[in-house]
Design a protein. Structure first.
Length: 498
């Protein structure tokens, strides 16, 4: 990992794109001067003598450092050692893949990324048992809201399920247990994943790992993590602990002896509440029932009154909130809770929004933290399971037109942690040879980049910068998805390339 010795004082010969470009006259190369981790000046290339260490940008396009505003960090990091099931076209195929998979060192088989909502057959306990025998085997849905276990795994974990499927809180508990690996192993995986993120221009992420992150991140910094900034979430089961510890959103959270390269990277994030389910598991709380299941309107994991109480408690303690709400009933309930509590923060996902709630979003100042790639991954699911819904599916432009601030993320490992994929998805609304899906919800390139950054390239701002091979403001959808990143820096310190 690069460190303080890799700090750059002059970034020379770059062209500016994205937020900050509006302050420049043309696209001619400039030199960006950095002092104490912030941009101190921007001048035409060669107009001023370089200062300190110089990094030659060679005409690359400089953009503000990119953020992923929704990551399950440990689960994303560990996905590299789990069996990939995204290509399984049926339950039988997924079971066969796990049959030939090698167990992990702890003797369990773990696969992730399956999407059973479009399978022609149903997951069953007998099917998985016949393929995996007595080896404890776990299959995690791409949306993480359901898991498919064989009998050996169910016995080991102390759960019972006629078909082997566990949903919502039981599925979350399984994921928490699988993610609770030895800290050295988990931290190594997070460090490696952070370096991969930096290679895509990432300078910050919001960590929604379902654990007590207040201890984990200072430990990782102490062990040398320095790839990007982090805002870590707190879950309701730890809310009392967080309040007793005096944690407040936005404050720095680091050990006094943190290495220099890791200073200033970790901040306390929001209280995360999962108020409903997901489309893939058919548990997102909706106004209309799911086809073929007239009694199923999804589930509210947290009743509206309880949600309002949690938001009120968090607000009184100085914590912002991030409310997972996918179905339109859940989004309405979340906005109701924001209204009565005076909380500030985000609604995560907002995949189905009533027309009448768009203006409420804007009036309340609630941020829509969305994952544009989900719209493309789910377009066929929407056609099957949400065809009768009358609310707006996966809105982007509609939210922005209502005055709502939008932030992009991936929900990794649900989608790859690649901000350029999110930007391309928002701009094009397609990632195959099909026409754009609901093109009226597309954003402009400027709007998509704005939703992916926290700063601008102008004096006084943090020197969080990514150097790109193409101008994002004119690149095609394919070029955005494959955007070459030559270097990434956080507060002027190189975290990738250079």
């Amino acid at each position: 990992m690069t460190g303080a010795a890799d700090s750059v004082a002059t970034l020379s010969g770059v062209r500016v794109s994205g937020p900050g470009k509006e302050f420049l006259i043309d696209d001619e190369p400039v030199d960006i001067f950095i002092e104490d981790g912030r941009i101190s000046d921007i001048a035409p290339a060669g107009a001023l003598p370089p200062q300190g260490r110089t990094l030659d940008g060679n005409g690359a396009w400089a953009v503000p450092g990119l953020w992923d505003n929704h990551v399950h960090t440990v689960q994303w990091a560990l996905a590299a050692e789990r069996v990939a099931l995204g290509g399984a076209g049926s339950a039988s195929e997924a079971a066969a893949i796990m049959s030939s998979a090698a167990p992990l060192p702890d003797g369990r088989k773990v696969g992730s990324g399956f999407r059973d909502a479009m399978w022609p057959d149903q997951p069953s306990l007998a099917l998985l048992d016949s393929a995996t025998g007595e080896v404890p085997t776990y299959l995690i849905n791409a949306d993480v809201h359901s898991t498919w276990l064989n009998s050996a795994a169910l016995r080991l974990e102390g759960f019972d399920s006629p078909d082997g499927m566990l949903r919502e809180e039981q599925a979350f508990e399984i994921s928490r247990r699988l993610n609770a690996v030895d800290p050295e192993r988990g931290d190594r995986a997070v460090r490696d994943a952070g370096e991969r993120a930096a290679s895509r221009g990432i300078t910050g992420l919001v960590d929604f790992d379902m654990a007590w992150n207040a201890d984990a991140w200072p430990r990782r910094i102490g062990a040398g993590f320095a790839a990007h900034r982090v805002e870590f979430a707190i879950y309701p089961f730890d809310l009392g602990r967080a309040i007793r510890a005096g944690l407040r959103s936005g404050e720095l959270h680091e050990a006094a002896d943190a290495p220099e390269a890791g200073r200033g990277l970790i901040r306390i994030g929001p209280l995360k509440i999962i108020s409903d389910g997901s489309l893939g598991t058919r548990t997102a709380a909706c106004s209309h029932s799911y086809p073929g299941d007239p009694e199923n309107f999804g589930v509210l994991n947290v009743p509206t009154a309880e949600l309002a109480e949690l938001l009120t408690t968090a607000t009184g303690a100085g914590l912002s909130v991030a409310v997972h709400a996918i179905g339109d009933r859940a989004v309405t309930g979340a906005l109701d809770a924001f209204t009565v509590s005076g909380a500030v923060g985000t609604i995560e996902h907002a995949q189905l929004v009533r027309h009448s709630d768009l203006a409420r979003f804007g009036r309340l100042g609630v941020i829509a933290s969305v994952q544009p790639q989900h719209a493309l991954d789910d377009r066929d699911l929407v056609g099957r399971h949400w065809a009768g819904q009358t609310s707006i599916g996966y809105p982007l432009s509609a939210l922005r037109d209502a005055g709502v601030e939008i932030r992009f993320g991936s929900d990794a490992p649900v989608a790859p942690l690649d901000p350029w994929q999110a930007i391309a998805a928002a701009v094009t609304r397609t990632d195959d040879d099909r026409d754009p899906w609901h093109p009226e919800e597309r954003l402009t390139r400027e709007q998509a980049i704005q939703a992916s950054v926290r700063t601008a390239l102008r004096p006084g701002e943090a020197a969080d910068i990514a150097l790109c091979g193409y101008d994002p403001l004119s690149a095609s959808g394919a070029d955005l998805r494959g955007m070459p990143v030559m270097a990434t820096m956080v507060a002027g310190r190189l975290t990738y390339g250079g």
